[in-house]
Structures are given as C-alpha cells and as structure tokens.
Write a protein that binds this ligand. Structure first.
Ligand code: GUN
Length: 279
C-alpha cells in the first residue's frame, strides 16, 4: 500500500505560511500583494480555475482583480489591458488564463506581460531563467510537484525520474526542475517507443498527459513514487487523473490522489509567486 501524498494538507500548510508572510509584508509596506487574473471567453473549466484563484487570494490577504472579457475581445483590446496592468502599481502579478479563444495569439500576450509580473513563469525570459537554474518564478504546477516531493521527504537526487508529457506548462519545466534537483530525467511523449518499459525504470514517475486512467500497473515499478498531474472528467462527471489509482496504488510506495493531490498545489504556488513578485 502506498503512502498517500496529501496535496490538500501540504497546500494548507504552505498557504498558512504565505498568509503569515503576507501579514508581515502588509505591515511593513502598507499595501497588499496584488494579483490580476484575466480570462477571455466562457470556458467553464477556466471559469472554475479563475474563481478558485481569486478566492485563494482573498484567503491569504492579497488584493485581487478578475478581468473577465467577452469571447469577441480583440488582440488590441487584450494587449491594452495587459499594458494597463503592467503599469498598475497595485498589481504585482498578472495571469492570463489559458487557453485563449482561437482568434487570439497566446504567444503575443505572454510576451507582453512584464516578466517581473509574470507569476505563471510563461514569458520566454522566465522560461530561459528556469533553463539556467536562475529563477524568481517557477511555473506553478511543476513547482507544486517539487513542493509535494520535498515535504514528503522524497529527494529526486540520483533517482530515475520519468515525466510523461512535454507541454510548455508542465512536462518541459517539470523535467528541468527534476534535473536541477539532481534527478536523472527522461521525458516521454506520444512517439516514445515502448512507453511502459521506460516508465517501469522510474523511481519517480510524473504523469501529465491528460488521458484518464492511462497509467496502469504494467507501467509502474514496485516501490515507485507516482505523481498524477492529470485532471480529467469521466462520462459520469467524476474527476479522475492520468493514473489508474486502484491498480497503481497497491504497488507504488507513494502516490498523489486526484482530486486532492497536485491540483491544490498549483494555486498555492501561484500565491507564492505573487508574494515573491510583490517583494
Ligand atoms: N490553464 C491551465 N493551467 C494554467 C496555468 O497554470 N496558468 C494559466 N494562465 N492558464 C492555465
């Protein structure tokens, strides 16, 4: 039976630390760290994420603004909002919720955000800094995974770490952070040959592909640590990860549940980045 890595509990601990630091910050500066969240269109999942981000800000004592723009918003209008937020002294962190509607250019928007306010760490300047290991902001989900490992006493140093998924938001930065932590890192994707065999070499397996229950017992070495970044909705409406939990849990040494694993950590790391930006 695997040890359950409780993302809700670890997240609550870190948020309470952030709240204390925020109190100290407000006392010494006379203003609160401020986060602006921009959402364009009606994507229901994005709307839930944005609501949760705003609520989390309130809980730790941040100032926050949500800018909900209609689907028809033009590139010029969105750029103008980013420019205004870049110049706004109350705002220390800016997050543009992805995906954007198809007619808008994500890269153009991300490039426009002041790198010092880029609390998602998606700007190429911050991505480059992550590559060379000199970072102020870490992308929230991979940073959340690293915090889960650290607070569970799991050190990637010298371990075989396998990441399934190569997205800019999770897979690629995840690989880089594990490498900085001295893991021996393999990144797998849809073209990887004999994926199951590669995964069975992993001491730490991080799964971020967005396919429900994809990783079964045949892909996991007994005693491995399994981190499930997936968040998929089944036909019956239930949330499920990328890992088949009931198959894998009996053979792993530690595993994150979905929900209640990596999910809560992502917003916690966003709060951390916003406090860093304000400082
Ligand atoms: N969409 C899904 N995950 C994220 C995230 O971490 N940040 C932003 N901005 N959009 C997302």
């Amino acid at each position: 039976m695997a040890k359950l890595i409780d993302g809700k509990l670890i997240s609550a601990q870190i948020r309470s630390e952030i709240k204390e630091e925020t109190n100290v910050f407000i006392k010494s500066h006379g203003y609160a760290p401020g986060l602006a969240v921009v959402i364009v269109g009606e994507n229901p999942a994005s709307q839930v994420y944005v609501r949760n981000k705003a609520r989390a800000c309130e809980e730790v004592g941040f100032y926050s603004e949500v800018h909900a723009l209609p689907t028809e918003t033009t590139q010029e209008e969105l750029n103008a909002l980013v420019d205004r937020l870049n110049a706004d002294d109350k705002i220390h962190g800016i997050l543009v919720q992805l995906p954007l509607p198809k007619h808008l250019d994500e890269t153009e928007v991300l490039l426009r955000i002041d790198p010092n306010k880029d609390v998602d760490a998606f700007h190429p300047y911050n991505v480059g800094n992550i590559m060379i290991g000199n970072y102020k902001f870490l992308p929230c989900t991979p940073a959340g995974v690293m915090a889960l490992l650290e607070r569970s006493g799991i050190d990637p140093a010298g371990k075989n770490c396998v990441v399934i998924g190569r997205s800019n938001i999770v897979g690629k930065p995840m690989a880089m952070l594990l490498l900085h932590a001295n893991g021996t890192v393999t990144v797998c994707h849809s073209k990887t040959k004999d994926l199951a065999a590669v995964c069975r070499e992993a001491d730490i397996l991080v799964v971020a592909i967005g396919r429900a229950d994809f990783v079964g017992a045949d892909m996991v070495k007994p005693g491995a640590v399994v981190i499930d970044v997936g968040m998929n909705r089944r036909a019956d409406g239930k949330l499920t990860g990328d890992v088949n939990f009931s198959e894998v849990e009996p053979i792993a040494s530690a595993i994150t549940p979905v929900p209640g694993g990596v999910g809560p950590m992502t917003i916690t790391m966003l709060l951390k980045n916003t406090l860093t930006a304000a400082k």
